[in-house]
Design a protein around this ligand. Sequence first.
Ligand SMILES: [Zn+2]
Length: 355
Amino acid sequence: MIKIPGMTDPHVHLRSMDWSHKGTFASETAAALAGGYTLVLDMPNTPPSTTSRPALDRKLAEIGAQAVCDWGVYFGASQSDNTGQFAGVSREICGLKIYCNATTGDLLVEDQALRRRIYQSWPLDRMIAVHAEGATVPQILGLVRQTRKRTHFCHISTADEIASLTRAKNDGLPVSVGVTPHHLYLTQDDLPTLGPLGLMKPELKTPADQKALWEALESGIVDVVESDHAPHTLAEKRSEKPPFGVPGLEATLSLLLLAVQEGRLTLERAVDLVASAPRRVFGIANPPETYTLVDLDQSWLVEDASLRTAARWSPFAGMRLPGRVVEVRLRGTKVFDGQDVLVADGFGTNRFGRS
Ligand SMILES: [Zn+2]
């Protein structure tokens, strides 16, 4: 049995609001507890996008009423330039998200001049998280070099991106790197089997890229493992135009424990990647008596029916994984006993300012 203090996932999409048919703050934070997490940071792209004061207020009210684990929310930078609102929201959120690639609508910021304005306008003491792929990574690094603002590179997936970020870290830039369990465990070779269940952004890459991610995990270039939990219904995934994204909160810890079993990571490093490292990177203290107990001698079969995410499917279905979450405590209260959530909706709090 191991005790992990304050498991934290800095990158989830909890749905709810206009996408409540895909999942709700209640159902997806229950999935977080089942996966061992006591704190999750929610991305701004569930409609209505968190790019304005009213949209932020709605999200804070709804997540505050429903979440069963602690939480933070990102504000989203917008194509139509919402930099004027940054000062007014920065005390209630965990950071700013900039979508530089691969999204649709107002959240996509491709104009480098606007990205520069966003970097210049953002208060120094809150994280900027970026979705940047390929040639966009060096563009963002240029802004980090100029402004020295702390930047987290989400779901890095290629050897080239790892090389750019390794140079940036060697130069002392304030950057951190996240990778996802699906890019660590799946490649484009799995697409024929997975079909639409293997579609996400960034897309699955080559085995050579996958190898670079594992090497970067071992060398310490990768700071955190983030699930990028992004549930969609099975019907949506099997439709003519499947949306991008896969659920991940419930399997991430066990996938890392599998890497420990296979001798690819030490247990200490695996635990660091989902607990102390994300808290260190985002500057989050762990409340007293907030931890997860995991029985390393038990294993579990990833089966759609046994998952708590409202999506009820996983790209890892059929895998037998080590490590069973048997208890989660949040601020002294037992919130999950390995079977059931033991607290009412709304028990979770905003770790960033008032909730
Ligand atoms: Zn994401």
